[in-house]
Design a protein around this ligand. Sequence first.
Ligand code: NAP
Length: 348
Amino acid sequence: MDRTDHDAPNAMTQELTGRPTWPAAGARKEPMSTNALAPDRSHAGKKVLVVGASGFLGRSVVRGFASAGYEVRGLVRDTAKGARVLEDGGTSVLGDVLDVRSLEVAATDCFGVIHLAANPPVESDTARVRVEGARNIVEAARRRGVRRVVVGSGYWVYRGQPELIDENSPVDPRGESQINYDAEREGMAANSPGELEVLVVRPGMVYGNGSWFRGIAEAILSGKYRLVGEGTNRWSFVDRWDAGAAFRTVLELGSAGEIYNVVDGHPATLRDFADFVATQLGVSPPAAITLEAASGEMGNAVAHHLAADRPTSSGKLSRLGWRARVSSFREGVPDLLREMFPRNARTQ
Ligand SMILES: NC(=O)c1ccc[n+]([C@@H]2O[C@H](COP(=O)([O-])OP(=O)(O)OC[C@H]3O[C@@H](n4cnc5c(N)ncnc54)[C@H](OP(=O)(O)O)[C@@H]3O)[C@@H](O)[C@H]2O)c1
């Protein structure tokens, strides 16, 4: 939805009706992070703006802040999606990351802004939403005296390697991760310690009811999923609500201009992960296809990403006090599958 300067001043008055609620009745079936457990009102009154608030990661970030007593504004492009923000404990504001004026209005009085806008309806707009969006957010933040901006990215920017990956490991962005990487750099270029401080968060494979995890679980259930390569490459995972809490830790305690990985510290091979999901769903382990065949089917960048070895550490974030409440997918996935596929998933 395009919004004009003329429309934007109304954004604040177009907040959807209803009060932020916590917890939303019947809203949460997935486990919550202890990092975001009982409402801790110590941040009461502190305002943050989440851009991309109705998205998979954005929703967990809204909850992560709302549960700690922040006043969370979630930028949405249409009123219907504002209901999600309310459910997650925030208040929705209409706007668009490509419309600086709407961002400015939404960011008024905010301590921080989180950039998680992505995946617009027209795929070719993705780079604009991520990269130009980052530029617009820092511009709006500067104009409104916002102290901190956190740019959400992903651990796919790292080059695969057998050694543990930390924030200093070499990168090799390509495809979607190139766009995330460009968004990081756009944000970091504006970092000005003591004035407008910019930080980057690189979550690993964030699992929850939606996004890639729903896609993989459905494909495994229907027998259509194929591992790329041998499946001996390692992925690094994190529970959705733990990831949301991590953004809060970074906004509050991270150092200006720094990058923070967010993973649960228990990387696993893709074969172990996929077989575990299959077992929980009571179906056969998925077959595999070669990297070459996968590249032909889904493109080189995606196939490469799926086959990359990325055992990753979030030690830097842990030193800020963040802990994954759900220690590994072996703990988090069974309940999640029961919620998503009640007729198929193992009951215990
Ligand atoms: N999902 C994961 O496991 C994961 C892991 C690591 C990193 N990441 C990264 O995190 C970011 C967000 O991913 P996600 O999975 O949360 O994506 P998502 O579920 O598709 O959410 C994207 C959000 O951005 C909003 N949006 C799109 N265009 C916009 C615009 N022009 N202005 C304002 N908002 C706009 C969407 O709103 P509408 O619904 O209205 O379109 C939606 O709320 C991406 O960069 C992704 O690479 C994701």
